[in-house]
Design a protein around this ligand. Structure first.
Ligand code: ATP
Ligand code: MG
Length: 419
C-alpha cells in the first residue's frame, strides 16, 4: 500500500512551526486580555445555516469554499470557514444578548475549499476578536488599536500598513451599489466570468476580485465617498479622529471591501508586502446586522481576524525551547533515587528528563543531543550522602551538592546566563 498522505491544503504543526504558531496565539491572548477580552471556544462545525445565512449567498466563501456535509442523522453541517458567525450564534444561544458589551477573543482552525498556495490553505488557523454591543466609532478605533498592538507585540508593526475604508450604512451603500452597477454594466464583456455573476448578485464583490481584468476596471470605478449620507459621514470622521487618539496610523483605501456580506461602516486590513499575493494578515470591520441574523436582537458589533500561518511565517525568530536538565543514574541501583530527584525538579517547575536505559557514555551523549543545560548524576556514594553531582554542560564545571539545594543551584546558574 502506498504511504498515506495528508489532505491537500492541510499541514501538520511540528517543532519550530508549532512553536511559532503557539507564540502568535499566546501573544494575541495576552494583548487582548489587557483590553479586557475573554476567550471563547465554539464548535468546529455548526448547522450550515449559521454560515450560509450570515455570510451572504453571494460571498465566495458560501458559494464556493465551504466544507458542507450531511451527517448520519441527515443534518447539513459545515466546518466553520470563519469565527464571527459562530461567536454571534453562541451569543444568542447562550442568552448573552442582554449582557453587553461582550469582548471575545478566540483562536482555532478554519476550513475553506481554496486553491492551496503559500499562505493559503484549506485548513488554516485564525486568532480573532469581537467587540459586541457598542455602536460608537470609538469602539471600532479601540478594536483596531488592539489589532495593531498584537502586531506590535509580535514584532511586525513595521512590516504592515493599515488600510482603512468605510462602507457606510445601508442607505449609502444602496446608492453606491446602483452607481457601481451602472459603471460596470458598460464594461460587462471585459469582466471576468465570476464578476459578471457578481454584477447581478452583489456588485460590491467585484471590487474584491483578484482577476487582473477586473482589477483594471476597478481602478476607475465610482467610490462610496460621494454617496455617504450625513450619518455615515459623521461615523467615518469620528472613527478617524479616534484612531488618531489611539495613536494608530492608517492609509485610506476606498477599494477595501470585506470578503463577507455582513459588514457596514468600518472595514480595514493590515497588509504586508512580504507575503506576495497573500498579503493580508489581519482584517475586520463592523457588522451590525449579524446577531439579528442569528435570531437575536439587532446588536452592533465590530471585530477582526488574523491568519496565524501568515503571521507565524513573518516572525523573525522562532521562540526557543527551554533547555532541559537530564538526570542520570550511575548504575541500575540508583534508578529509584534518580526518579525521586526527577520528581523534585519537575515539582519545582524545572523541565527534567531521564532516559530509560544505557550506560553513562550513552546517556551523556543523549543529554548533549537534547540540548540539556545541566546533567544531574547520582550513584551509590551520592545516595548515601543525600547529594548529587551537578554538571553544567555550558561551562563543563561540576559540583557535588545536597539534593535540597539542587533547584536553587540550577536557577542561579541560569539567571547568571541570562545576565
Ligand atoms: P483573502 O483575501 O486572502 O482570501 P479573506 O478576506 O478571505 O482573505 P478573512 O475572511 O478576512 O480573509 O480572514 C481573515 C484572515 O485570515 C486573512 O486576512 C488571512 O490572513 C487569513 N486567511 C483567510 N483565508 C485563509 C486561507 N485559506 N489560508 C490561510 N489564511 C487565510
Ligand atoms: Mg478569501
Amino acid at each position: 500500500m502506498s504511504a498515506v498522505q495528508p489532505v491537500r491544503g492541510t499541514h501538520d504543526l511540528i517543532g519550530e512551526e508549532q512553536r511559532r504558531h503557539a507564540h502568535v496565539i499566546e501573544t494575541a491572548r495576552r494583548i487582548t486580555g489587557t483590553y479586557g477580552f475573554e476567550e471563547w471556544s465554539t464548535p468546529i462545525f455548526e448547522d450550515t445555516g449559521v454560515f450560509a445565512r450570515s455570510l451572504g449567498d453571494t460571498s465566495d466563501v458560501v458559494s464556493k469554499e465551504m466544507y458542507t456535509f450531511t451527517d448520519r442523522g441527515g443534518e447539513s453541517l459545515t466546518l466553520r470557514p470563519e469565527g464571527t458567525a459562530a461567536i454571534c450564534r453562541a451569543l444568542v444561544t447562550n442568552g448573552l444578548t442582554q449582557s453587553l458589551p461582550q469582548k471575545v477573543f478566540y483562536a482555532g482552525p478554519m476550513f475553506r475549499y481554496e486553491r492551496p498556495q503559500k499562505g493559503r490553505y484549506r485548513q488554516f488557523h485564525q486568532i480573532g476578536a469581537e467587540l459586541i454591543g457598542p455602536a460608537e466609532p470609538l469602539a471600532d478605533a479601540e478594536a483596531i488599536a488592539m489589532g495593531r498592538d498584537v502586531l506590535e507585540a509580535l514584532g511586525l508593526v513595521d512590516e504592515v500598513r493599515l488600510e482603512l475604508n468605510t462602507l457606510g450604512d445601508v442607505a449609502s451603500r444602496t446608492a453606491w451599489r446602483d452607481a457601481l452597477v451602472e459603471y460596470f454594466s458598460d464594461f460587462r464583456d471585459r469582466l471576468s466570468e465570476d464578476s459578471q455573476v457578481r454584477l447581478e448578485k452583489n456588485p460590491l464583490r467585484i471590487l474584491d476580485s483578484k482577476a487582473p481584468a477586473d482589477q483594471e476596471l476597478v481602478k476607475d470605478a465610482p467610490t462610496l465617498e460621494r454617496y455617504l449620507n450625513d450619518e455615515s459621514r459623521r461615523f467615518w470622521d469620528e472613527l478617524r479622529k479616534s484612531l488618531d487618539a489611539f495613536g494608530v496610523a492608517y492609509q485610506e483605501n476606498p477599494r477595501i471591501v470585506r470578503g463577507l456580506d455582513y459588514y457596514s461602516h468600518t472595514a480595514f486590513e493590515f497588509v504586508t508586502a512580504r507575503l506576495g499575493a497573500q498579503g493580508t494578515v489581519l482584517a475586520g470591520g463592523r457588522y451590525d446586522g449579524l446577531v439579528a441574523e442569528m435570531g437575536g436582537p439587532r446588536t452592533p458589533a465590530i471585530g477582526w481576524a488574523g491568519g496565524i500561518e501568515r503571521l507565524a511565517m513573518m516572525l523573525d525568530d522562532t521562540p526557543a525551547v527551554v533547555a532541559p536538565v537530564v538526570v542520570i543514574p550511575a548504575g541500575d541501583d540508583a534508578q529509584i533515587a534518580a526518579i525521586a530527584v526527577l520528581n523534585r525538579l519537575r515539582a519545582a517547575g524545572v523541565r527534567a528528563e531521564m532516559g530509560y536505559r544505557g550506560n553513562m557514555r550513552k546517556r551523556m551523549e543523549r543529554a548533549n543531543k537534547v540540548g540539556a543545560s545541566h546533567v544531574v548524576i547520582l550513584g551509590e556514594a551520592e545516595i548515601t550522602n543525600g547529594t548529587v553531582q551537578l554538571r553544567n554542560l555550558g561551562t563543563g564545571g561540576q559540583i557535588e551538592i545536597v539534593q535540597a539545594d539542587l533547584v536553587g543551584a540550577i536557577r542561579s546558574d541560569r539567571s547568571g546566563e541570562a545576565e
